[in-house]
Ligand binder design. Structure first.
Ligand code: GLC
Length: 729
């Protein structure tokens, strides 16, 4: 039996990365470490901020890349590999996936997050969690919640209206909790509507546990706890890293009766359960993992992540094309983000070597610009690059953001590529119009040159195998199938959140509400540079024979996809839903389903996508519930949010609650209730006569006011209401 005082030790870390052993319970210590796209196990003793050198591990594509695959099955395989590496390295909980919504391209950590849309973020994060946990290793879905910027992240108050919070910023987390049952959830640093996430009872207990049924551990982000007593009361179980002062305060609060032993027992029990589950898997863990096999998986995954944004037909290149390669990123790849997720890769492929191998000879190369702080280049690096580009058939310009341009801990203040890269591109275009841009960046960048180059390959960040994959895509060894999961804007001012990001010391107001990402662009009619869900292929696809069916579980969408081009390829089919006659505010359309299909030239396949009622529902603040509205739903199916090839409508019965009529119900609402219609017509007629314009004017009048106009007492009207409500189920 473990004394409650001894249990307090397990409500906090013993150092930067471990939960403590509890001798009385024969419970060993356990290592919790990052994540998310590779195991970052610090070598030797941890430093005070946990970012010195780490053990070699496979660096898979960060979430920005994984998400562009729209491929839960393959993402789950990456999760399995991550679990295997955790076991070999003695790590019990992998701190990830990160899945905060990409509210602005300026967020320094967008590379570590999946999407601007909660459905695709939730599905892919759930796949990663399932994969890791299938190996008996825990995950920590983060950062819960509304941590959508790095600016002032440890204090800033995210001020989000309830419906937006539910439908956009919490929805993906809820999907992961229900679908993949993560062992732990990591609370974020920031406040959520005035209360720090680490001590936000509504968030950590009422929503996460009471509504979603989460029964695991809530662990803090590192340093996110201001007061462990308040945090434990709110539903947090584990403060990381170690904090002796906070632990002492819990002991004092227990002795003073300011926190009950049950709360400590509960937190202890949850953490103990995670430790025992993980230790059971670590007990018989192998000493190593399949380094080559995991690298091959990282490569297969990266192949699915590359997005072909534009192509006038110049790609894929023939091997004999005389190319010039410009840009240090070709030689020194940018393949992951900076900060806590930084992995020490088992190997690192670069595009330049891969191109050399593909074409069988060295190709002209010039770095052109520095990609990391302190990098020394020749004074005439710019001129050398222009000279190398001048006579080539095609120039491959590897541009992007260096590690110091975007990172955990700070946001960008613009969405531009570095000026020296843009200047070099201009000078190259001046001597050779045949330019293909290949990008390496963790978040959207503005592409003012998009109409002046022959193709753009968006590589995002692809992990350790990405360099070779970029070469394979350029030369057609791989047919790209990735689709962007964040809108690429023409101008920063077009970003729906741009007026409200990143806020100030008083907080950050999510003033765009539901209209974040493509939802906002579609509502404002602004056409971005490249819309959410966009991605080209070296083949083409036809869509036909759409069928829609409403079922008890939601709506089933089926259609035929045909490869109408000349080479094998994979298409990501997206389903967007609108509710034209809705009685509540709606965005023009929302992603509600997706599936991918691989097809040989000329082949067709029937694709079926099931949309659950949960995903069709909106959050009704007045009902304090998820509600599926009854009515005609418009369904658009296509290759991106702006390339809808088929459309149809389907009647949905919905599950709207019977809302009793009340004195503040309007005439229009009362008229919807047949039993009340004749009463209200008489009442209204007495006031407004038969004039249709006057009748129309009265529709928005509350019954209480109408009673006053008509000389009825409120009691009389209330009695009528009670009688009518009693007849309604
Ligand atoms: C960092 C990050 C979090 C990470 C943790 C441990 O501040 O916000 O994602 O898992 O601390 O490194």
């Amino acid at each position: 039996m473990v004394d409650v005082h001894a249990k307090i030790s397990l409500t906090g870390g013993s150092d930067f990365w471990h939960t403590p052993a509890v001798a009385a319970a024969d419970l060993p210590e356990l290592m919790w470490t990052d994540g998310p796209h590779g195991v970052r196990k610090q070598s030797g003793s941890s430093d005070h901020v946990g970012i010195n050198a780490s053990e070699p591990a496979t660096c898979f594509p960060p979430a920005v890349g994984l998400a562009s695959s729209w491929d839960p099955e393959l993402v789950e395989q990456v999760g399995v590999a991550l679990g295997e590496e955790c076991r070999a390295l003695g790590v019990g909980v992998l701190l990830g996936p990160g899945m905060n919504i990409k509210r602005s391209p300026l967020c320094g950590r967008n590379f570590e997050y999946f999407a601007e849309d909660p459905l695709v973020a939730g599905e892919l994060a759930a796949a990663l969690v399932s994969g890791v946990q299938s190996q008996g290793i825990g995950t920590s879905v983060k950062h819960f919640a509304a941590n959508n910027q790095e600016t002032d992240r440890m204090r800033r108050d995210s001020q989000v209206d309830e419906r937006t919070l539910r439908e956009i910023y919490l929805r993906g987390f809820g999907k992961v909790v229900r679908k993949a049952k993560p062992w732990t959830v990591m609370c974020s640093y920031n406040k959520v509507n005035g209360t720090y996430a680490s001590e936000n009872h509504w968030l950590l207990t009422e929503v996460l546990r009471d509504e979603w049924g989460f029964d695991g551990v809530v662990v803090s982000d590192w340093g996110a706890v201001w007061n462990r007593v308040r945090a434990l009361r709110a539903g947090l179980d584990l403060e990381m890293p170690a904090n002796a002062g906070h632990e002492r305060e819990v002991r004092e609060a227990l002795d003073a009766g300011e926190i009950d032993a049950g709360t400590i027992d509960q937190a202890y029990g949850r953490v103990e359960a995670v430790v025992r589950r993980a230790q059971a898997s670590l007990a018989d863990a192998p000493e190593d993992f399949d380094v080559d096999g995991h690298h091959a998986l990282a490569r297969r995954m990266a192949e699915r992540c590359v997005v072909l944004l534009s192509n006038d037909g110049v790609l894929p290149l023939a091997r004999e094309t005389r190319v010039a390669v410009v840009g240090e990123f070709a030689r020194t790849p940018r393949y992951q983000g900076a900060g806590s997720s930084r992995v020490n890769p088992t190997r690192l492929d670069n595009a330049l070597d891969a191109i050399t191998a593909l074409v069988g000879h060295e190709v002209p190369f010039a770095p052109g610009f520095a990609t990391a702080a302190g990098q020394q280049l020749a004074d005439d690096a710019h001129e050398q690059a222009v000279a190398v580009a001048r006579d080539a058939d095609v120039v491959l310009a590897f541009l992007g953001l260096g590690e110091n341009h975007e990172s955990e801990g700070y946001d960008r203040d613009n969405a531009d590529l570095p000026a020296e890269q843009l200047a070099l591109l201009e000078d190259i275009l001046a001597v050779n119009p045949n330019v293909v841009v290949v990008l390496s960046n963790g978040a959207s960048v503005l592409l003012p040159f998009a109409d002046r180059v022959r193709a753009i390959v968006e590589g995002w960040l692809l992990g350790q195998a990405g360099g070779a994959v970029l070469a394979d895509v350029v030369y057609g060894v791989v047919n790209p199938s990735g689709k962007i999961t964040e809108t690429i804007p023409r101008r920063l001012a077009d970003v729906p959140s741009s007026l409200h990001f990143p806020g100030d010391v008083s907080g950050v107001r999510y003033g765009e509400g539901l209209f974040v990402g493509y939802r906002g662009y579609d509502a404002s009619g602004i056409y971005p540079a490249f819309p959410f869900g966009h991605g080209l292929s070296y083949t083409t696809f036809g869509y036909s024979d759409l069928a829609l069916a409403a079922t008890d579980a939601g709506v089933t969408v089926s259609l035929t996809v045909t490869n109408t081009g000349g080479r094998a390829g994979r298409e990501v089919v997206q389903v967007y839903v609108s509710v034209p006659g809705s009685t509540v505010v709606r965005v023009p359309r929302e992603l509600k389903g997706f599936a991918s299909v691989a097809l040989e030239p000329g082949a067709s396949a029937r694709v079926e996508i099931a949309i659950s009622s949960d995903d069709l529902a909106y959050w009704s603040a007045r009902d304090q519930a998820w509600v599926v509205e009854a009515g005609e739903y418009a369904v658009g199916v296509g290759a991106s949010s702006r390339d809808l090839r088929l459309s149809g409508t389907v009647a949905v019965a919905g599950n709207e609650p019977v809302r009793p009529l009340a004195l503040d119900s309007t005439v229009a609402e009362a008229m919807q209730v047949p039993a009340f219609a004749e009463i209200i017509t008489g009442l209204a007629g007495a006031v407004f006569g038969e004039d249709p314009d006057l009748i129309r004017m009265m529709e928005s009048i509350p019954l209480a006011a109408l009673a006053g106009f008509g000389g009825q007492s409120l009691d009389e009207v209330q009695t009528m209401l009670d009688q009518v409500n009693a007849t309604r189920s």
